[in-house]
Design a binder for this molecule. Structure first.
Ligand code: NAP
Length: 313
């Protein structure tokens, strides 16, 4: 449904095209609601930046992150979902239909499913911003290849740090994980794999305080948190995997959010505004899996369908 060339009126508008958004689109399309997905930056979401996904059911030998995103997209489109490329930058939730302004024009939406995901957290230390793209990275799949036969350091002690570290061992000559505690948060399976890998080394109880290099990373400044002893460590690459920040800036002041900025939803994926749902990592600080995000997306679309049906009954 369209009102004019610059303003499209849709029954279901999905913001974001990761596992949550594309699953929501599949379910809404099968309910014949002709959903539109406004992709944002990354088709496939963060999953598309993961080399291999080994824990999404149905793929016993794993599936490539980008490939899984394409399969999600195709399946949703097969049932009539429209995937449109563009970034939303303003949302007006004060009245229905809800207005979304994007670089692809304006949308009026009877219901909205918000799945804008999360971005990697930065360390905020000197040199980090200046050397991003010159040795500092937040994406192993994107940048791992650049460190063939080179030394790489990873910061973090969660699943992402160890999983991405193991991935980078394909290219790098060594991968040193620097973690601020002496215990990892990552699952025991990943810890075992990482500790047994001949290319992986660990520096514990230590934080990186500065990234040094003129036009590319050469050295890190470190501080042992127990002894306060400072030291340096030479490296070619520096990957940061210390968690994520939800992309919810656009909804501030309109939607209820937690102190950490996650959208608050109930068990039906409903936000505090009727007809506005949130799914995936913008509303989930706990699980952050492809399967949980996809499930939340499906649930949001089922709820949006019920909402629209109740209205037209
Ligand atoms: P996470 O579990 O929150 O771990 C973040 C890590 O970064 C922690 O070890 C934390 O240290 C460290 N950290 C945080 N801020 C830091 C700082 N300023 N300086 C130094 N270190 C800092 O994040 P994640 O690894 O991205 O994982 C997020 C979620 O996704 C988790 O639920 C995880 O299970 C899931 N995930 C699952 C898989 C999988 O199943 N294959 C893969 C990736 C992610 P502390 O431990 O000291 O707090």
């Amino acid at each position: 449904m369209s009102t004019n060339n610059n303003e499209k009126h849709v029954k279901v508008l999905v913001l974001g095209a990761g596992p949550a958004g594309l699953s929501a689109a599949l379910y809404a399309a099968r309910a014949e609601l002709e959903p539109v997905v406004l992709t944002g930056m990354q088709l496939g979401g963060q999953a598309a930046l993961t080399h291999t996904i080994e824990n999404y059911p149905g793929f016993p030998t794993g599936v490539g992150g980008p490939e899984l995103g394409e399969l999600f997209q195709k399946q949703a489109e097969n049932f009539g979902a429209k995937v449109e490329f563009g970034m939303a930058y303003e949302v007006d939730l004060s009245k229905r239909p809800y207005k979304v302004t994007s670089d692809n024009g304006e949308y009026l939406a009877d219901t909205l499913i918000l799945t804008t995901g999360a971005n990697p957290t930065h360390l905020n230390i000197p040199g980090e911003v200046e050397l991003t793209g010159r040795g500092v990275s937040y994406c192993a799949t994107c940048d791992g290849w650049f460190f063939k036969d080179k030394k790489v350091v990873i910061v973090g002690g969660g699943d992402s740090a160890l999983e991405e570290g193991l991935f980078i061992t394909r290219y790098a000559s060594s991968v040193t994980v620097i973690h601020r505690r002496d215990e990892f948060r990552a699952s025991s399976v990943l810890q075992k794999r990482a500790k047994e890998h001949p290319k992986m080394n660990f520096i514990l109880d230590t934080v990186v305080t500065e990234v040094i290099g003129s036009d590319k990373v050469t050295t890190l400044k470190l501080r042992n948190v127990k002894t306060a002893v400072e030291s340096t460590f030479d490296t070619d690459g520096f990957f940061v995997f210390i968690g994520h920040v939800p992309n919810t800036q656009m909804f501030k002041g309109q939607l209820e959010m937690s102190d950490l900025g996650y959208v608050i939803i109930n068990d039906k994926m409903e936000t505090n505004i009727p007809g506005v749902y949130a799914a995936g990592e913008i509303a989930d600080p706990h699980f952050r899996q492809v399967i949980t995000s996809a499930g939340m997306g499906a649930a949001a679309a089922i709820q949006a369908t019920r909402f629209l049906e109740a209205e037209s009954a």
